[in-house]
Design a protein around this ligand. Structure first.
Ligand code: GLA
Length: 387
C-alpha cells in the first residue's frame, strides 16, 4: 500500500499547495472468465490491494497538468484541444478519460494531478484501467459530477476503446470502480448486473508474474475480438436469435462447430465453455468448494492456451509448476500474451507454494517470478481530503 501522506506531500512539493483530494482506484485479478466480457459473457474478477493514487486540485484555467511519479514525467494539455500523445503513452489514459468526460460536461475545469501507483505496469493487473478510473473519479469529484459506478466504468472503457485504441471489454474498469473488499464479483457483461461472492477465509489468491512484458497486446487482442465477431456472423444463419457468443450453447457449438473454419471454431469453443465455467465456478466458491473452483481454473488455462491461443511458454510453464506445487488450481489471468498467473492456494500452504513455484521457474527460465498474495479490496474511493 502506498502512503497517502507521501502522495499528498509529493503533490504539495510539486504544485506549491496541497491537493484538495486524493483518489485510490485498484488494479484487479480475474479469477475466471477471460476474453468473455466483449462477448456479452460472464467474468469473475476481484479488486486488488494495489492501486493507482491520484492527488488533484482544480485550476481556474482550462489546462490539465499531470505528473506521473513512476515515470518521473509531466504532461500538460489544454481542454480545448485534446490529442493523442506519442511521447508519453501513459498520458493517453488521462487524456482519453478527460476528453470523454468533457463530451458529457463541457464546463469541466482544468486540474493539477499527481499520479502514483503500486500496481505493476504492463504486468497484467490492469494498471491502465485503474489509472483511467482514478482520473475519471478525481475529475468527477472536483467538478461535482454525479456518475453512477456503472456509468464511470462505461465512460472509461469508451475512452480506452476510442482514444487509446484497445477494444477492451468492460471487466477491468467495472471492477476498478465497483469492487468489494473480501469479495470477487460475478459480473454479467451484457446487462452489467453483478453478485458479490465472498472468498472463503481459508484460501488465498496468489498472483505470480512471469516478468515477460506483454507484447503486441492491442493488435492481437483486437484480432481475437474480430474472430469472435466472425464466429457470430457465420453462426447466425443457423441461429438467428444470437447477438453474441454469449447466446451460443455448448450443444449449438457441438452441432455447428464443424461448419466454421477451425480457428474460429476454437475461439468460439473457448468463449462458450469459459462462460459455463464462470457460472459453475462462482456457485462452487459460494459453497466454499475451493477444490471444484480450482479444477475449473485448470481447465480454463488449457482452453486459453489451446483454443484461444493467448498464452506464452513462460506462462504455461508457471501454471504447470503451480499446479504441481500444491494449489487448488492455476491459470493465466487477464488478456494473456505475457503478464501473470493466478492460483488458489490453501492459506497454510502459501509460503511453501510461492517458494516452490519461484524456484522451479528460475531454474527453467532464468527469470525471477514475482509473487503477490492478494487481498480483495474496494473499488475506487476518495481517501483523503486536505482542503
Ligand atoms: C483485458 C481487457 C478486458 C478483458 C481481458 C481478458 O484485461 O481489458 O476487457 O477482455 O483482457 O479477459
Amino acid at each position: 500500500m502506498l502512503d497517502p501522506a507521501a502522495v499528498e506531500a509529493a503533490f504539495a512539493a510539486r504544485y506549491g499547495r496541497p491537493p484538495s483530494l486524493i483518489v485510490r482506484a485498484p488494479g484487479r485479478v480475474n479469477l475466471m472468465g477471460d476474453h468473455t466480457d466483449y462477448n456479452d459473457g460472464f467474468v469473475f474478477p476481484m479488486a486488488l490491494d494495489r492501486a493507482v493514487y491520484v492527488a488533484a486540485h482544480s485550476r481556474s484555467d482550462r489546462v490539465v497538468r499531470a505528473f506521473a511519479t513512476r515515470f518521473d514525467e509531466e504532461d500538460s494539455f489544454a481542454l480545448a484541444a485534446i490529442a493523442r500523445s506519442d511521447q508519453r503513452p501513459w498520458s493517453n489514459y488521462v487524456r482519453g478519460v478527460v476528453k470523454a468526460l468533457l463530451a458529457r460536461e463541457p464546463a469541466l475545469s482544468g486540474a493539477d494531478l499527481l499520479i502514483d501507483s503500486d500496481v505493476p505496469i504492463g504486468g497484467g493487473l490492469s494498471s491502465s484501467a485503474a489509472l483511467e478510473v482514478a482520473v475519471g473519479f478525481a475529475f468527477q469529484s472536483l467538478n461535482g459530477i454525479a456518475l453512477r459506478g456503472e456509468e464511470l466504468a462505461l465512460l472509461t472503457q469508451e475512452a480506452e476503446n476510442t482514444f487509446v485504441g484497445m477494444r477492451c471489454g468492460i471487466m477491468d474498469q467495472f471492477i476498478a470502480t465497483l469492487g468489494q473488499a473480501g469479495h470477487a464479483l460475478l459480473i454479467d457483461c451484457r446487462d452489467l448486473s453483478y453478485r458479490a461472492v465472498p472468498l472463503p477465509s481459508d484460501v488465498r489468491v496468489v498472483v505470480i508474474g512471469s516478468r515477460v512484458p506483454r507484447a503486441l497486446t492491442a493488435s492481437a487482442y483486437n484480432r481475437r475480438r474480430a474472430e469472435c465477431d466472425e464466429a457470430v456472423r457465420r453462426l447466425r444463419p443457423a441461429l438467428p436469435h444470437i447477438a453474441a457468443l454469449r447466446d451460443v450453447t455448448p450443444s449449438d457449438l457441438a452441432r455447428l462447430g464443424a461448419t466454421l473454419p477451425p480457428i474460429i471454431h476454437a475461439r468460439a469453443r473457448h468463449v462458450v465453455s469459459e462462460n459455463a465455467r464462470v457460472l459453475e465456478g462462482a456457485a462452487a466458491l459460494e459453497h466454499g468448494d475451493a477444490a471444484a473452483f480450482g479444477a475449473l481454473m485448470n481447465t480454463s488455462h488449457a482452453s486459453l492456451r489451446d483454443d484461444y491461443a493467448v498464452s506464452i511458454p513462460e506462462l504455461d510453464h508457471l501454471v504447470a509448476v503451480a499446479q504441481a506445487a500444491g494449489c487448488y488450481g492455476a491459470r493465466l489471468t487477464g488478456a494473456g500474451f505475457g503478464g501473470c498467473m493466478v492460483g488458489l492456494v490453501d492459506a497454510d500452504a502459501v509460503s511453501a507454494f510461492v517458494a516452490a513455484v519461484t524456484t522451479a521457474y528460475r531454474r527453467e527460465t532464468g527469470r525471477e517470478a514475482t509473487a503477490y498474495v492478494c487481498r480483495a479490496a474496494d473499488g475506487v474511493r476518495r481517501i483523503a481530503s486536505a482542503a
